[in-house]
Design a binder for this molecule. Structure first.
Ligand SMILES: Cc1ncc(COP(=O)(O)O)c(C=O)c1O
Length: 402
């Protein structure tokens, strides 16, 4: 294991910057081979018992590796790199963002448990909470982000508070610091899905959250070619959540972990460009006469801009906006684009565009979508790292044809 950089990274007196940590931390180097990057340990199992006193220890249990559903060196390299960026030693990877979310939430809340959550959730998380969770006897109370930001309703009887640091797709920003301050007074852990922010724009644990969870499929892996999830937390929860991962079986395979780890190395560079593109496109759309409303935390006129200023380092590459004419006009706009592909994911180097009513939120009833602020003509744009002048020209032309 590359002890040197991890020792340096964890030593406060020689703290390194985000890009140095992203490049070097966690890499599994073996002087016997002189490998510069972490190999893909494509093995399902390991010799058992391993009597070699120099055997590497699986960080999830501090015992030699046994079986790749429990732990694997390529996964460990990703988990250490990612957790260093979140400012903790304790990270875990999963076969998807949803696997990470389910493992975290079901570790903290079981039958008879209660969760307080924002209402403006990613569609699948919303369906999980109102569907499977109610079947499993876990009750969820939903409230608008604006109310949770006032720390309304955080009572002693909740097992956890759940939020998305920037909500999908309405970009409402949660005041993680304030919510965590109030929740921690009552001993309630706060779990934050920070997918839209990425660890570059926000480190939820530094703001007082107990768990930071990501769909690593998005900015972390960054190239629209892998499905993966990650979470970072403290030691006690780490031990409990890794036991849940082992039982539920949502561990990623080594190739997924390798690709996510490679993606993480350039996260800082990519986020700088995503942040720039977000701001440029938001300003352009904000003054366009065929746009009804722009949802972007970096715009001063946006409802949660003041919160965003406090909890985000950059405003990100996700933007939503509404065109007059509802779903038909929005679909036509998408067809008119030549750079962004119409596809439901986000956070990759290539721009993607989608209608939440057709994709991420299609299973949510219309009235609830309305309460979440998702109109029929809402377009969600994931800005890639293309030149913003080209993206803007393309959007200008597509709007002009409406
Ligand atoms: C905010 C957010 N959280 C979680 C997920 C789920 O992640 P995955 O698709 O990797 O399971 C998504 C997927 O789009 C998402 O946008």
């Amino acid at each position: 294991m590359n002890k040197d950089i991890d020792d340096i990274v964890s030593s406060e007196s020689r703290a390194k910057g985000f890009n140095t940590i992203a490049t070097h931390s966690g890499e599994f180097k073996d002087a016997r081979f002189g490998n510069v990057t972490t190999p893909i340990f494509q093995t399902s199992t390991f010799v058992f018992p391993n009597y070699d006193e120099n055997a590497y220890l699986d960080h999830t249990r501090n015992e030699p590796y046994i079986y790749s559903r429990w732990g694997n060196p390529t996964l460990e390299a990703l988990e250490k790199k990612y957790s260093s960026l979140e400012g903790t030693e304790f990270g875990l990877s999963f076969s998807s963002g949803m696997a990470a979310i389910v493992a975290a939430l079901t570790t903290l809340a079981g039958k008879g448990g209660r969760i307080l959550s924002i209402k403006e959730l990613y569609g699948q998380t919303s369906s999980l909470m109102s569907g499977l969770f109610s079947k499993w006897g876990i009750e969820v109370d939903f409230m608008p982000t604006a109310h949770l930001n006032q720390a309304e309703g955080i009572g002693k009887n909740y097992d956890l508070v759940y939020t998305e640091s920037v909500s999908n797709p309405t970009l409402q920003v949660s005041d993680i610091r304030h919510i965590s301050d109030i929740a921690s007074e009552k001993g309630i852990p706060v779990v934050v899905d920070a997918t839209f922010a990425s660890p570059y724009n926000q480190k939820p644990l530094d703001l007082g959250a107990s768990v930071s969870v990501h769909s690593g499929t998005k900015y972390i892996a960054g190239h629209s070619d892998v499905i993966i999830g990650v979470l970072a937390t403290g030691e006690e929860l780490f031990n409990r959540i890794q036991a849940t991962r082992k039982a539920l079986g949502g561990t990623p395979d080594p190739l997924q972990a390798f690709l996510a780890s490679r993606g993480l190395k350039t996260l800082g560079l990519r986020m700088e460009k995503h942040n720039r593109n977000g701001m440029e496109v938001a300003r352009f759309l904000d003054q366009h006469n065929k746009v009804k409303k722009v949802f972007y935390p970096g715009l001063e006129s946006f409802e949660t801009h003041n919160v965003a200023k406090k909890v985000l380092k950059g405003y990100g590459g996700m933007i939503s906006f509404e065109v007059p004419g509802g779903t038909d006009a929005a679909r036509k706009f998408m067809k008119n684009l030549t750079i962004a592909a119409p596809a439901p994911s986000l956070g990759g180097v290539e721009s993607l565009v989608t209608l939440p009513v057709d994709t991420s939120h299609s299973t949510i009833p219309k009235e609830i979508r309305k309460e979440m602020g998702i109109g029929d003509g809402l377009i969600r744009f994931s800005l890639g790292i293309e030149d913003h002048e080209d993206i803007i020209e393309d959007i200008q032309s597509a709007l002009g044809q409406l």
